[in-house]
Ligand binder design. Structure first.
Ligand code: GDG
Length: 474
């Protein structure tokens, strides 16, 4: 396939498919259920796109293949690269640094070397596959050097970059020994997209201070005459798809079954997160437990279902967190539970999308309390599934989603007493109040779905002045 060229190339750390074993025992591929795939699939189809990414694992070079009509180009990663680029620099340096130093970022020169090497390999592959004047859309913090490397190889391309996580303020970013290289890496793009305007402003300010380029509002002027635009494109979900799933008969039946299995408590609280220290799982469970201890409600009245999806299990901080949560849940249930009535129903597992929809449908209070989060799709998915305008959302002010979902019970996740009050208010809120809030939030989520996000990004990318490539249809 390397002789075939593409008018649209997506570059991301991961491919949009998961490896699965088929009925006959041979390996096959299944489209992974994330929002990103739903978002990009229509753009890929309209433009006969090609997606470059790592399929997971350490298999040596796999051949390009098609899955669900998408052209996929798997990039292999050696165990050393997984350790240095993925677990190391991406997830133990950049991830905590970009999330307000919730954990301490580690700086290791070998990790950086590995990050550079992997970015170069991805850039070279994109350069090989992109047709003359093609558009290349690079995704997320694992790939921040790709735009510049790619531009050096292929000045004819139109390059867009989108960061899914927050872009930190200068005061934090400054710590990074390779701060200038990363900024220059991103400046290889014609447009750099962020979740929120604050991220775009942080970026422009850093470029002015650290790289010394002229800037005006959302534009950076490079010495070679190019312009780079930095702008916000808040990501969203396939809202109609989630609503349809939530309305379906099997999901309704499953939601009823879940409540039954929980002992039909008056209220079901729900948290769904990757098991990540940015998500604030520990503090929220403590807040809930204290409400029971303080006598506001009982384990017969309310149960907290916490789904913690296994994530980055090779990274030390994630193992420590898992142990901490295990211990906390054990202690809370030991102290407060009764036979057949744990205070917290804790699930360390991932589930199919239908099960997620059933959980959203079964929950009266959705609790999303990250210390920092680029957007948080779980909050939007809950809203999309509440087609009867019922249910309360307790949402951290520090999730990107809080910018749009103003009618949630907004909380500061560092303030345990404040969280307790919000959880209690959401628990006690009457139907009129929850309905008013949910209705407004549903309007926001349905009107700004993920297709609108991808369209807006592609349309703006096509219009950045000074770009050499030809436009791609959104
Ligand atoms: C990053 C940014 C930003 C979770 N467990 C299962 C499952 N999920 C799905 C959810 C949701 C997605 O994964 C998680 O997205 P979030 O936005 O909540 O969080 P991150 O993974 O940290 O995502 C974030 C996002 O990128 C997009 O730009 O919003 O801020 O950190 O869609 O439903 N899906 C299935 N089974 C699970 O067990 N099927």
């Amino acid at each position: 396939m390397s002789t075939v060229s593409a008018d649209l190339v997506i570059v991301a750390n991961r491919l949009p498919v998961d490896r699965v074993e088929q009925a006959d025992g041979t390996p096959g591929w299944r489209t992974s259920p994330g929002g990103l795939v739903t978002a990009i699939e229509p753009v890929m189809r309209a433009n006969d796109g090609t997606w470059i990414g790592w399929p997971g694992g350490t298999d040596a070079d796999l051949e390009p293949f098609e899955a669900d009509g998408m052209k996929l180009v798997p990039m292999s990663m050696t165990p050393e690269e997984i350790e240095g680029h993925y677990e190391g620099f991406s997830n133990a340096t950049l991830w905590p640094l970009y999330h307000d130093l919730v954990a301490k970022p580690e700086f290791h020169r070998e990790w950086w070397d590995s990050y550079v090497a992997v970015n170069r390999r991805f850039a070279e592959k994109a350069a090989e596959l992109a047709s003359e004047g093609a558009t290349v859309w690079v995704h997320d913090y694992q790939m921040q050097l790709v735009p510049q490397m790619l531009r050096e190889l292929r000045p004819d391309l139109r390059i867009g970059f989108y960061l899914h996580i927050p872009f930190p303020p200068a005061e934090l970013f400054q710590q990074l020994p390779w701060r200038r290289q990363l900024l220059e890496g991103l400046l290889g793009a014609d447009m750099v997209g962020f979740q929120l305007p604050g991220g775009a402003q942080n970026f422009v300010r850093l470029v002015r201070q650290r790289v010394g380029h002229k800037t005006h509002r959302d534009l950076v002027y490079l010495p070679d005459g190019r312009t780079v635009r930095a702008a916000a494109f808040p990501i969203s979900i396939d809202a109609a798809g989630f609503e349809e799933m939530a309305r379906s008969e099997p999901v309704a039946a499953r939601a009823a079954e879940i409540r039954e299995a929980l002992g039909n408590p008056r209220k079901v609280f729900l948290g769904i997160d990757r098991l990540d220290y940015t998500k604030g799982i520990y503090a929220r469970l403590r807040a809930f437990a204290e409400l029971i201890e303080d006598g506001h409600f009982d384990v017969e009245d309310a149960v907290f279902v916490q789904v913690a999806v296994p994530s980055r299990e090779q990274v030390e901080q994630y193992r420590i967190l898992r142990d901490e949560i295990d211990r906390l849940v054990g202690r809370i249930n030991g102290d407060l539970g009764r036979i057949g009535r744990p205070a917290i129903s804790y699930l360390h597992s991932s589930y199919p999308r239908e099960e997620m929809a059933a959980l959203y449908r079964s929950a009266d209070v959705m609790v999303v309390t990250p210390y920092r989060d680029g957007m948080n799709l779980v909050a939007k998915e809950y809203v999309a599934c509440r087609f009867e305008d019922t249910g309360a959302l307790v949402l951290s002010e520090f999730a990107g989603a809080a910018d749009e979902l103003r009618q949630a019970w907004l909380v500061n996740p560092y303030d345990i007493n404040g969280m307790k009050s919000a959880l209690l208010e959401a628990y006690r809120a009457d139907d009129r109040e929850t309905r008013r809030r949910m209705k407004a939030m549903r309007k926001t989520v349905t009107q700004n779905d993920v297709a609108a996000w991808a369209d807006a990004f592609m349309a703006d990318l096509a219009e950045v002045p000074g770009s050499h490539g030809k436009a791609v249809r959104p």
